[in-house]
Design a protein around this ligand. Structure first.
Ligand code: PFF
Length: 448
């Protein structure tokens, strides 16, 4: 059997895992949720949940993955201790593969819109106004074409494997993302209106802290760290034994939360700059426009009002969004592809092609019944399934796997782990507190 591929270095892993984590969830989801949920109050709740709930759950995935050196389905069945837990492992793993694929099916649609707006900026620069107009019309053909294009990019990277595909492209794209993000913040903060946006973003309004806010923040934290569906588990399975998992996990959590926070310094001030330029930024019920209208109407209106430079700003912004989407979508596709290559005789290229086409069909179905399916799929996967799957993974690590095995796995790359705070706290934490906290937040949020 050919030896299993792995990341060539620690940096390669961090780039890939941060690339998965940093996506539309950080640059769009986090800032807008913050602005509509009481500003800094949401930031605070989010950071607490990211470190107290999402980080321990991320560790559970990384540990199982590196130990099993397999996809989520095979890995969970592998650490089972009897027929029932083997069945449960297969169920949770299979559910994870399904949810990862479904997340990609809507993510590719949204990412296709980003490519469309990127194409529009280029078309305008070239004076192709008719094409530019078509690219920003919300038509079925346009949606299909750009979703398909985005799926092809994702598949092209995944077909190349771990080092030559995921690692290579994450390492190229992530620094670009950071540079564009900082350059855009530098520009937007010099515009009038930006200060008001900063105030809304950074000053807490505690009256807004409601149970549903906590559910939102938890969903956001799980989505942002790509948890529950086996992405981090499979990335962990490509990690060398000499690396310390708690340190790498902490680095990824920190970078993810940090970029989400920094993205807020771009998006919220930009909304208020748009207001200064005459754009409507509140809906009829007085709430900030946060959904697709924000990215595809409010911000483009702002770019248009900036004159010549506006086209370049739009270009940079949609390149940023497209990069963020692509480094995340590859991690989603890797979940079913790793499952297929390890559980069947299919080669990576065959598996990528077949699964990519299947997901393309599901995305087409969503586009055909957009009103009925789009939000439904998002809610079912991200709001409900991801936290529940995260909970089940914690149960696996805390209750089903032997503590000795955990220690053994963690000691690789971190020989003194048994003397650290991490080892004193984390095992019982992931066993008891995480499941209870996830469940309580979930139930409270759903009922509330
Ligand atoms: N973390 C990504 C984001 O914040 O946009 C989304 C994501 C990636 C979710 C991978 C799930 C996943 F498996």
């Amino acid at each position: 059997m050919a030896s299993r591929e792995q990341f060539s270095s620690k940096t390669g892993f961090i780039m890939a895992a941060a690339g998965s984590a940093i996506g539309l969830g950080n640059i769009w989801g986090f800032p807008t949720q913050t602005a509509s949920n009481g500003g800094a109050a949401f930031v605070l709740v989010y950071f607490i949940l990211a470190f107290c709930l999402a980080y321990p759950a991320l560790m559970a995935e990384l540990i199982i993955g590196r130990h099993a050196r397999a996809n989520v389905f095979t890995a969970l069945r592998g650490i089972a201790t009897g027929p029932f837990t083997r069945f449960l492992g297969g169920f949770v793993g299979g559910y994870g593969v399904l949810v990862a694929s479904l997340i990609l099916s809507f993510y590719a649609i949204v990412a296709g819109w980003m490519l469309a707006y990127l194409g529009e900026a280029i078309a305008r620069l070239l004076g192709m106004d008719q094409l530019a107009g078509w690219l920003i019309s919300f038509g079925f053909e346009r949606n299909m074409l750009l979703m398909g294009l985005f799926m092809m990019l994702t598949m092209a990277i995944i077909a190349k494997g771990i080092e030559g595909g995921i690692e290579k492209w994450s390492t190229r794209l992530m620094p670009m993302l950071l540079i564009i993000l900082i350059a855009l913040i530098g520009y937007v903060l010099t515009q009038s209106g930006a200060q008001e946006g900063l105030r809304v973003y950074l000053l807490p309004d505690l009256s807004q802290v409601r149970p549903v806010l906590i559910l939102d923040a938890m969903g956001q934290a799980f989505f942002s760290l790509s948890l529950g569906v086996g992405t981090m588990l499979v990335y962990g399975s490509y990690l060398d034994e000499k690396e310390s998992l708690p340190k790498l996990g902490a680095a990824v959590t920190l970078v993810d939360a940090g970029i989400a926070f920094i993205a807020g310094l771009l998006i919220i001030p930009a909304i208020y700059v748009a207001k200064e330029h005459g754009a409507t930024i509140f809906n009829d019920s007085g709430e900030l426009i946060a959904g697709p209208d924000l990215i595809f109407q409010v911000l483009p209106a702002l770019f248009n009002s900036m004159g010549e430079v506006g086209v370049l700003v739009a270009l940079a912004f949609f390149v940023l969004m497209s990069i963020a989407s692509l480094t995340s979508s590859i991690s989603m596709l890797e979940v079913p592809v790793s499952f297929a290559t390890e559980e069947t005789k299919a080669s990576r290229k065959q598996a990528t092609l077949i699964i990519g086409l299947l997901i393309f069909c599901v995305s087409s179905l969503i586009l055909s019944y957009f009103e009925q399916l789009f939000s439904l799929v998002i809610d079912l996967t991200t709001v409900y399934s991801q936290p529940l799957l995260g909970l089940l993974l914690c149960v696996f690590v805390g209750w089903i796997w032997h503590r000795d095995n955990l220690l053994q796995e963690l000691s690789k790359g971190h020989p003194t782990i048994s003397e650290t705070w991490f080892w004193k706290i984390w095992p019982s934490y992931v066993k008891i507190f995480c499941p209870i906290l996830i469940l309580a937040t979930f139930v409270q949020g759903v009922i509330g």
